[in-house]
Write a protein that binds this ligand. Structure first.
Ligand SMILES: C[S@@+](CC[C@H](N)C(=O)[O-])C[C@H]1O[C@@H](n2cnc3c(N)ncnc32)[C@H](O)[C@@H]1O
Length: 244
């Protein structure tokens, strides 16, 4: 604990307890990695997210607690056996929580980063996780059938990555962070294709910063979807619905 505190870990006591609880023979090495600035979740190999443990490999986006709002909103829109896609899935945290809460969902996931895909295949049924660029990765039979599309795109403006905490900017793959000049480039690409993939009446949910939410909603509205913004103290989620 003293080594973690000396290294400036804000929650040194909690972190030390978590590292010790792993009961691994390489505890010294784990402490050295954490003191070196690696995210705690990479050292542990898992992240706590919405009540479950999600495996996370080095470089893969660490699920953030603020994304639990998107999960809750997505679950509210699901029937027990809805077709759901976790696009830009990272470790597959969103899909894993949705399946834990509604095990009959017909759930698929995809990501462009092969390391994220490999990780997501440990958190989700592996045959349901695909690798590729946005919708290109998905099986064609999902076209026009997705009831709930949860898509936590990268949305950090390129210039703001340098201002992120070192744990994010130095350790997470930049493809997981970089949303282009205003942070909304990937969302624009998603919006351009969403109508083709959503079922009639289907919903898309995307996270944005408070500053971006109005523009994000405008992007999906311009693509022909009805939009609303849901927010809590930590997060904003744009919900965009395709008319029937
Ligand atoms: C902000 S992270 C979100 C990860 C996960 N959904 C979560 O909430 O923890 C964004 C993810 O989008 C993926 N990504 C970025 N560009 C992509 C693209 N063109 N197609 C598919 N996935 C992409 C990244 O690899 C990264 O895993």
């Amino acid at each position: 604990m003293l080594r973690l505190r000396a290294a400036g870990c804000v929650f040194a006591e909690n972190e030390a307890a978590l590292l010790v609880a792993e009961n691994r023979p390489d505890l010294d090495d784990m402490v050295r990695r954490r003191v070196g600035g690696e995210p705690l979740e990479y050292v542990l190999g898992w992240a706590a997210f919405a009540g479950i443990r999600v495996a996370v490999d080095a470089g893969v986006f660490v699920p953030r607690h603020r994304t639990e709002l998107l999960v809750d909103e997505a679950l509210n829109l699901c029937e027990p056996d809805s077709v759901v896609v976790d696009l830009c899935c990272g470790a597959g945290a969103i899909g894993a929580v949705m399946l834990a809460r509604m095990p009959r969902l017909d759930l698929y996931a995809a990501d462009i980063d092969p390391v994220a895909v490999a990780t997501a295949r440990t958190n989700l049924p592996p045959e349901r996780v695909f690798e590729g660029d946005l919708f290109d990765a998905l099986p064609g039979h999902l076209r026009g059938r997705i009831a709930v599309l949860a898509v936590n795109t990268p949305y950090v403006p390129t210039d703001a990555i340098a201002l992120m905490p070192p744990e994010a900017r130095d350790f997470e793959h930049h493809v997981a962070l970089d949303g282009g000049a205003d942070g909304l480039d990937v969302q624009r690409r998603v919006a351009g294709l969403a109508k083709e993939w959503l079922a009639p009446g289907g919903s898309l949910l995307v996270e944005a910063s408070e500053r971006q939410a109005t523009e994000s909603a405008a992007i999906f509205a311009a693509a022909g979807l009805s939009t609303r913004i849901v927010e809590d103290d930590d997060a904003c989620v744009v919900v965009a619905v395709l008319g029937r």
